[in-house]
Design a protein around this ligand. Structure first.
Ligand SMILES: Nc1nc2c(ncn2[C@@H]2O[C@H](COP(=O)(O)OP(=O)(O)O)[C@@H](O)[C@H]2O)c(=O)[nH]1
Ligand SMILES: [Mg+2]
Length: 358
């Protein structure tokens, strides 16, 4: 293994130097801010020390690449460099690089707070990072890796169309009806399925009209159900549909009586995909409460709406953490049917670290 030390004015310049000399396989072992040696160093701005390694036998010459391979590699290298620079640009301003980081716990706690990450998760991250005896401590690179690990572990994704019936449950105003209309359009127009709609949302004035308007535009049958006893009749009338989409609502946010009433409907609709819908603007305390109070409804999916209304996406991770359910869809706008996203196509790291959350 070749290990080299590099000094530069800033990290980008240093990384470029490493890439130039050691090539794309080089691994960065450590970066830290150091002073120039001697008395003079006290008056000069600190510089960046990078320790990089290349895991190759010292004397093994690299095989010369064929011209086409070489240009491909160059392109790959350029892409990697671009990514690296973007990552560095996304680094939070004012980070005390290379201080070992253990002392700037408050800085990182604030950083995670700005992402609106549940403090339980934030604490877990901070403790794990700063307690690793040989770990890098708290610095930007280790935080990115740890967050990425959390994202990979917690944000699970499920495919669409696992059941014929799909139900949306969740607090009032999060976008259930709008999302149901988007899904209806997707299934009917994209998948060419015969879609039937059911609404058990009869508490809110105008709620049925809202879905009826969409049903008329897409030309879909809509059944309005007044009580659980009505449901079997509605299901029979929609027997020839490939897909049944059910909208629900209530008088207040997850009140116990509303949940009990809805639970009766759910029993009759099973097996079904039951999506708990939360808005990306929901605070972590509320997500925890909602995840608990709606658990009676046996939700087996998480759906996050209104990504367009925030730049702190902690709610997505908090939702996944508290519900422990996979995501299938997310929404990022009011427009039907456009603003619907598939969880499997999301770049979570980009969403959390690519400019948002700061
Ligand atoms: N910005 C934004 N607004 C949304 C989104 N989804 C729904 N809405 C809006 O949120 C409001 C409540 O939506 P609605 O579907 O009636 O919520 P419900 O009470 O859960 O059925 C409406 O004004 C919707 O247009 C979204 O993804 N982004
Ligand atoms: Mg509604």
């Amino acid at each position: 293994m070749k290990v080299r030390k590099y000094y530069s004015k800033n990290q980008v310049e240093g990384f470029l130097q490493v890439r130039k000399e050691l090539g794309p396989e080089a691994i960065i072992l450590q970066t830290r801010k150091v002073r120039h040696p001697g008395l003079k160093g006290l008056f000069l701005p600190p510089r960046i020390e990078i320790i990089a390694a290349l895991d190759l036998p010292e004397n093994a010459p690299e095989p010369p690449a064929a011209p086409s391979e070489q240009s491909g590699r160059l392109e790959k290298e350029l892409d990697e460099l671009k990514k690296m620079v973007q990552e560095l640009m996304a680094r939070p301003p004012g980070e005390a690089e290379g201080t070992g980081g253990r002392e700037n716990r408050t800085y990182w706690r604030n950083f995670l707070q700005k992402l609106d990450l549940d403090p339980v998760m934030a604490d877990d991250l901070l403790t794990r990072l700063s307690s690793e005896p040989d770990g890098p401590g708290l610095n930007w690179a280790s935080m990115v890796l740890a967050l990425q690990e959390q994202l990979n572990r917690r944000l699970t994704v499920s495919p669409e169309k696992e059941h014929r019936t799909l139900v949306l449950v969740g607090p009032t105003g999060v976008g259930k009806t709008t999302t149901l209309a988007k899904l209806a359009a997707r299934y009917a127009l994209t998948f060419k399925e015969k879609v039937g709609l059911i609404t058990v949302d009869h508490f809110r004035i105008g709620a049925v009209e809202q879905l009826r308007a969409y049903a008329e535009i897409i030309d879909l049958p809509l059944e309005t159900v007044i009580g659980p006893a009505d449901l079997s009749g509605a299901l029979e009338r929609l027997a020839d549909c490939d897909r049944i989409l059910v909208d629900t609502a209530g008088r207040s946010t997850g009140s116990p009586t509303q949940i009990d009433e809805l639970a009766e409907y759910i029993e009759l609709l099973l097996p079904a995909e039951i999506h708990l819908v939360i808005s990306a603007t929901t605070r972590w305390q509320d997500i925890r409460r909602i995840a608990g109070s709606f658990s009676k409804l046996q939700y087996n999916r998480l759906l996050v709406t209104k990504l367009d209304e925030t730049t702190s996406y902690g709610a997505v991770l908090n939702g996944a953490y508290h519900t422990n359910r996979p995501l299938v869809y997310l929404t990022d706008g009011q427009s039907v049917p456009d603003c619907l996203k598939l969880a499997r196509e999301m770049d979570w790291a980009e969403l959390f670290l690519g400019g948002g959350g700061r």
